[in-house]
Design a protein around this ligand. Sequence first.
Ligand code: DOR
Ligand code: ZN
Length: 409
Amino acid sequence: MPARGDLTIEGRVLAPSARNAGDCRRATIRIAAGVIAEVAPPRGGDMVFGDDCLIAPGFIDLHAHCREDPSGTQTHKEDFASAGAAAIAGGVVALADMPNNPEPPSTPERYAAKRRLADRAPVDVVLFGLAETAPFRDDIPYKLFLSERPACSEAELAELFRAFAGTWLAVHAEDPAVLAERRGAATHEERRPREAEIAAVAKLLAALRAEPRLHLHICHVSAGECVPMLRAAKREGLPVSAEACLHHLVFDAETFPPALRAYRNVNPPLRTKADREALLEALREGVIDALATDHAPHTPAEKERGASGFPGLDAYGAFAAGLLGPLAPARFLDATSGFAAGFMRRFTGETFGAIAPGAVGSLVVLAPRPSGVRKQSYTTKCGWSPYAGCTFPGEVRTTIVRGVPAYRR
Ligand code: DOR
Ligand code: ZN
């Protein structure tokens, strides 16, 4: 559990009601024992930021693979401490950790053992339980790796949803039947075509229509075709949300750095420019609720052997800062912390994503100065980043976790 501190901080506060970043007012925020105690007219503070900077609620990432579990067999590439350090460098103050571990949290005992490890993280961590046949606790979110299961019909999915009624279920949406058909194809992208994601999202939404007593969250949407399906489902009032990930917004199969071509595998794969644009538009519209990382660290040697996934936590803030403008302040705040704050409230009982008395005192300070992930000082243990050559229009100046300044540039 992160420590709790006392701190006063003055600067411009990014307000959801602002029309743009320019009309945000200055305030002094007083944090006592990790919780926001007061938001008052500006009167100085332990930290004072100029008018070019903006203070926002700390970012929340709904999708990270921190790699640490009771087996300890993957901590050569990441653990809760190093993933937490990467998060802090990226302005991320809380994250949800995925359950695809060698000893997956799929029983109460294993979940509790992983919880003890996660408590050592320097940011707040919620752990997903692995969705198998039925929930093993009723107070945690679940993750279903549809792509890893045997092919299943809409009716079978609806039956699974019945078992998970009342839960928050995040799904990796690639249809195993389509993946099986393409198993022999030449490239990673051809083996995991967009049709797999489109088919999976269609099936999941149909199953949700039949059995809507859970919250369905679609992870890492990558294909533009999914956007109208999600829009229609939301208009119908189905309990569904979705996230888009940094890498699917930044890169497409063509623009991925040529020097890193051998490292480009990720699931779902990088798609096209049109997909990137559709995802950004969906994020702007709110059809895609949240910006996530799918931080999935693997070492360079593992990447060369074909492992799928990119680290992304350390790049989150620099990339997100550039979304202020393309996204109105209210949408920006919702996509980077507000939507996820609902998730945090449900699983921790605490208020994240707000700069108001009573909310957790975890903040990020952004500045409009070009920045990027620096090769010399990777915070993730895996030792590389697809973003190392990228310059983003903004930077994370400071990250404050529960009243403790955890990062300063
Ligand atoms: O690229 C990916 N990597 N996609 C996943 O779904 C899993 C992740 C991982 O765990 O490395
Ligand atoms: Zn993932």
